[in-house]
Design a protein around this ligand. Sequence first.
Ligand code: ATP
Ligand code: MG
Length: 250
Amino acid sequence: MIQIKDLNIGYESSGVCTTVLTDINLELADGETCAIIGPSGCGKSTLLKILAGIITSFAGTVLIDGQPIMPKQQKIGFIPQNYGLLPWKNIADNIRLGVKIKNKNAKDCANALAEMVQLLGLGGLEYRYPGELSGGQQQRVALARAFLLHPDLLLMDEPFSALDAMTREEIQNVFLDVWRRHSVSTILVTHHVEEAVYLGRKIVILSAAPGTVSKVIDNPLFGVEGIRNHQDFFQLCLELRKTIKEDWSK
Ligand SMILES: Nc1ncnc2c1ncn2[C@@H]1O[C@H](COP(=O)(O)OP(=O)(O)OP(=O)(O)O)[C@@H](O)[C@H]1O
Ligand SMILES: [Mg+2]
């Protein structure tokens, strides 16, 4: 279980401290998916970096299964907003990186790697370097790396933003497939209402900066087969859009 209690954080710049997140309280059960929606600059990436153990200086408590964040001991898959690929490593090595860091004696993961490459449509690109790929291809490499790790906690910062609409839907389904097989606890940041409704069992709306939790919605449509083409899906998206609009204009 992920528990965030009374989390507050600000950044200091030129001697001035600006509050970014205030009084964040959230809980995520094991195996649950949570989609976070919030306006630009409200602190979504900051929140993910705290959960990933990259930002360690904050007020409040953040626990994974009762333990503080310790990235060396916990298996946390983090896809940052800029994909986080190493430019000097080829695509296959970039995908293998998470597994290698976690377990230096990892058995050859060649089969799993090949499967992931196929699932994410990266076949033939294995020996290229990140700088030789499009933005959407780089994003898929970052997803492959995170999925291959089978993390205990998966953090994704706008993971499908660079993909065209059709590829986005395909890769969202790849994610759901991976999630069903390993039921990995997932937090994803998105600007897309449809994506939040499709992928989040819990949907968290953050307010404008400084970000705080405005609303937590338990999504009754999550995981329902074929829901994307169903009237209930459109209706919930419509309602959510209205809620967000009202909230952000406060
Ligand atoms: N290292 C930093 N030093 C100072 N201020 C920072 C730093 N990183 C982020 N900020 C500021 O903190 C606020 C929140 O940033 P963050 O990246 O978490 O927002 P976000 O919600 O992810 O936005 P977006 O939707 O645009 O990605 C912004 O005002 C940003 O300018
Ligand atoms: Mg961000």
